[in-house]
Write a protein that binds this ligand. Structure first.
Ligand code: FES
Length: 72
């Protein structure tokens, strides 16, 4: 099912991203751009994200270098 029409993001993509370690909605938006167009999908996108997060609770968060730490 397409969740975000503006950026053609599906519920399966959101679930895959969460399973891959994306545990913050803002990070999901950075990666997939979901909800960053007209915004009409935000409620559905957040709901899909929360469901996926609940389904894979306990998965390790994605390792990501912090810019401030990478520069130090
Ligand atoms: S439908 Fe997702 S931003 Fe427009």
């Amino acid at each position: 099912m397409i969740v975000c029409v503006c950026h053609r993001v599906s519920d399966a993509q959101i679930t895959r991203h969460v399973k891959a370690g994306c545990h913050r909605f803002e990070e999901l938006q950075d990666d997939l751009r979901v909800g960053t167009g007209c915004g009409a999908c935000l409620d559905c996108a957040k709901s899909t994200f929360e469901s996926a997060l609940g389904a894979c609770h306990g998965a390790p968060p994605r390792a990501r270098a912090e810019p401030a730490l990478a520069a130090a």
